[in-house]
Design a protein around this ligand. Structure first.
Ligand code: SF4
Length: 471
């Protein structure tokens, strides 16, 4: 349209027009006028139409598009990549996932073992449903260090033979399924077998289960309601009520979001999670960290209601949301210690490496803790008692060293008092108040990283597989 012939002469069309068209669509996607999915669909449509013009002979002499050049066509490189999943925030609450895992026997009873194993692998590996259903019999491999790897094909992006690290329990699930397949199809060559063979019209075990969505839906609908505590405002008061979780949100693809969110919440580095999810763009992966940060913020709000100083006195008595500035101040004005947080400015500035009191936090005015550190406080008390016992026995050491290493009675008394205070405040809560606090604690524990001056090098992947019993 910008040329003098206003684009009305087919013989004048050329590669430059195609490039301008692609750039225009790209610009519209970048500015939010056109979604990535619509851009892809529209480009594919134009490609098909132009190809049809040629195959129908419309570009020949005397035809409607006479003279249209062969390079006026959409080439493979002009077609944008498939947009990636951007549904961060669509994972299932931990409690719902736990209950689903507890009802896997019912799924097996109403369908078959293949469907059960498929759902287990969806939960454990976060692969897309078609990637799990088409797994080969020999999809389980071991790296030289003995760790297990799942080999699968990413059909969506045409990336084949991808390798995903998996845990030993997931590997055991696959091994059990391999044994079942081998017993059922002893004559078929293993390389032709599929891991999840279709139960019928499959004499050689080479055809995989086609689709599990309808069976999965029937199973989910047959389960009891998933009741989750939700805090609502009632006459100006915060009230916690059990509300049924919408079962329509439980579908096979949701397990992929759960997998990504579990790893993001567990502090897996974004570039590692990008690889695990086989995302092309880091921005897709980052969505899960934004959701994680928002949830952590809510969790911090909740446990803040049960925060204590070193004497066991509550720091804030009421559960109220922190102001934005307070969140930022907390984020930059404190560092983690073994069982609480430190706000001593020079230690904070040094990232927790410059404690002037050699980490005697229970005697320090800059220390505070909250209910989420209760397991750490209890572990610390057990540690102190163990050390005292060992040092009082026939442990060979000079007196001065023994005296300095011996935990003081005061320290033990303080830890005990702090634990009692935290517990008694927890006991004062009603069951409705307690459940959201426990959920917040569980989320914070998953995401907490205490460095205490010890740099992390090549951390192993956290084990975030939801627990369940083997079939
Ligand atoms: S003793 Fe604990 S709270 Fe006090 S400065 Fe050292 S690390 Fe911070």
């Amino acid at each position: 349209m910008q040329r003098p012939d206003r684009g009305m002469v087919p013989a004048e069309w050329g590669r430059g027009d195609i490039v301008a068209f692609s750039n225009r669509l790209g610009h519209m996607t970048a500015t939010g006028t056109l979604s990535a999915r619509r851009r892809l669909a529209f480009t594919r449509f134009v490609r098909r139409v132009l190809a049809r013009f040629h195959t129908l002979g419309l570009t020949g002499p005397g035809q409607l598009l006479e003279g249209m050049p062969a390079d006026f066509s959409i080439r493979p490189e002009d077609v944008p990549d498939e947009p990636e999943d951007t549904e961060a925030g669509r994972d299932l609450p931990e409690e719902v996932l736990r209950q689903l895992c507890a009802h896997l026997d019912e799924l097996e009873a109403m369908s078959n073992i293949e469907t059960r194993v498929a759902v287990e692998l969806l939960i454990d590996t976060g692969r897309r449903p078609d990637e799990v259903l088409t797994l080969g019999y020999d999809c389980l491999q071991q790296d030289p260090d003995g760790s297990f790897v799942l080999v699968y094909d990413n059909h969506k992006a045409y990336r084949l033979g991808r390798r995903l690290p998996i845990g030993t329990e997931t590997a055991a699930t696959i091994r059990r399924q391999q044994r079942r397949v081998r017993e059922r199809f002893p004559r078929t060559e293993p390389r032709r077998l599929t891991l999840l063979p279709r139960p019928r019209t499959n004499p050689e075990g080479t055809k995989p289960v086609k689709d599990i969505s309808s069976t999965h839906r029937a199973w989910v609908n047959s389960l009891p309601e998933f009741l989750l505590p939700v805090i609502t405002l009632d006459a100006g008061e915060h009230v916690t009520r059990p509300v049924p979780f919408d079962k329509a949100k439980i579908f096979p693809y949701a397990y992929r979001h759960c997998y990504a969110q579990r790893h993001a919440d567990a502090g897996v580095a974004p570039y590692v999670l990008k690889e695990l999810m086989d995302h092309r763009l880091i921005t897709t992966t980052q969505g899960y960290y934004r959701v994680g940060a928002e949830r952590r913020r809510e969790a911090v709000d909740r446990v803040t209601a049960l925060q204590f100083d070193r004497h066991g006195q509550r720091v804030w008595r009421t559960a109220k949301s922190l102001l934005d500035s307070e969140h930022v101040r907390r984020a930059i004005g404190e560092v983690a210690t073994a069982y609480g947080v430190c706000r001593e400015p020079s230690n904070v500035a040094a990232g927790g490496h410059a404690c002037p009191l050699r980490f005697r936090c229970l005697g320090c005015e800059h220390f505070s803790t909250d209910v989420s550190y209760l397991p750490d406080l209890e572990a610390h008390l057990a540690d102190l008692l163990r050390s005292r016992e060992r040092l009082m026995s026939a442990f060979e050491a000079d007196d001065w060293a023994r005296t300095q290493a011996m935990p003081s009675e005061e320290e033990i008394r303080r830890v005990r008092r702090l634990i009692q205070r935290v517990k008694s405040d927890l006991d004062d809560l009603t069951p409705e108040e307690r459940t959201p606090i426990e959920q917040a604690v569980s989320l914070l524990l998953r995401s907490r990283t205490v460095l205490l001056g010890m740099p992390r090098v090549g951390q192993p992947l956290p084990d975030v597989r939801p627990p369940r019993t083997a079939p």
